[in-house]
Design a protein around this ligand. Structure first.
Ligand SMILES: Nc1ncnc2c1ncn2[C@@H]1O[C@H](COP(=O)(O)OP(=O)(O)O)[C@@H](O)[C@H]1O
Ligand SMILES: Nc1ccn([C@@H]2O[C@H](COP(=O)(O)OP(=O)(O)O)[C@@H](O)[C@H]2O)c(=O)n1
Length: 210
């Protein structure tokens, strides 16, 4: 059975997905594991809409929203922004996209994210794509990313790794216990990682909408 999403926001200016059946894949992995890079490939091949929680938060911060300063401070410290803010941004982006297949990248990052999304949207992910990568490799990639991000400095990177281990891995373990995690060795070159990703998306069992 598909899930019905009504993403109308309180101000009444949100688009509505109506009674569409939506498929959601959560894309998780440590900072720099290659989530964004692989999501771009998945979009091209499989017609999903890519929603990066981090990108949505950075856009919200730059838009001059009342939460802007709070978001900026949290990102600089590698802390997880309250779910209320992030879930609202995701919900709005889903409703406005016009699509019914979403890659939600960098979310849920803790138990609070997971529970809030489920409560507010009623959506269960079809599966979780987990990019597994050693810290030394992630650190090297982040320090070479060159996107001018305020959190890609060694001090914040270490904090993000700690938050990943303490708060995000337990969410992956939760989904693993439900048989929903598709683990990918992300330490290989981009093309090889994508071969493994493709195999996940072309396995019939994984296409089931919950
Ligand atoms: N498989 C890979 N091998 C080497 N570098 C990679 C690989 N995947 C991504 N990168 C690079 O590593 C950096 C982090 O990748 P990104 O996709 O932004 O990670 P994430 O979204 O998980 O933080 C980027 O500069 C990207 O070009
Ligand atoms: N669900 C999320 C996702 C990101 N974020 C914030 O955004 C930062 C960057 O996340 P990101 O997903 O863009 O980047 P990576 O850390 O994966 O490289 C995180 O360190 C958090 O501060 C959050 O608070 N909640």
């Amino acid at each position: 059975m598909g899930t019905v999403v009504d993403a109308t926001n309180k101000e009444g200016n949100g688009a509505v997905l109506g009674d569409k059946n939506v498929t959601v894949v959560f894309v998780l992995g440590g900072p720099g594991s290659g989530k964004g890079t692989q999501c771009a490939n998945i979009v091209k091949h499989f017609g999903y809409t890519h929603l990066s929680a981090g990108d949505l938060l950075r856009a919200e911060q730059k838009s001059g929203s009342e939460n802007g300063t709070m978001i900026q401070n949290m990102i600089k410290e590698g802390k997880i922004v309250p779910s209320e803010v992030t879930v609202k941004l995701l919900q709005r982006a889903m409703a406005e996209s016009g699509n019914d297949k979403f890659l939600i990248d960098g979310f849920p990052r803790n138990e609070e994210n997971r529970a809030a999304f489920e409560l507010v949207t009623g959506i269960q992910p079809a599966f979780i794509l987990f990019f597994d990568c050693p810290e030394e490799e992630m650190e090297r990639r982040l320090l070479g990313r060159n996107q001018g991000r305020e959190d890609d400095n060694i001090e914040t990177i270490r904090k993000r790794f700690k938050v990943f281990l303490e708060s995000s891995l337990p969410v992956i373990e939760y989904y693993n216990s439900k048989g929903k995690v598709r683990k990918i060795d992300a330490a290989k070159p981009v093309e090889e990682v994508f071969e493994a990703v493709k195999a996940v998306f072309t396995t019939p069992d994984d296409k089931v909408t919950v």
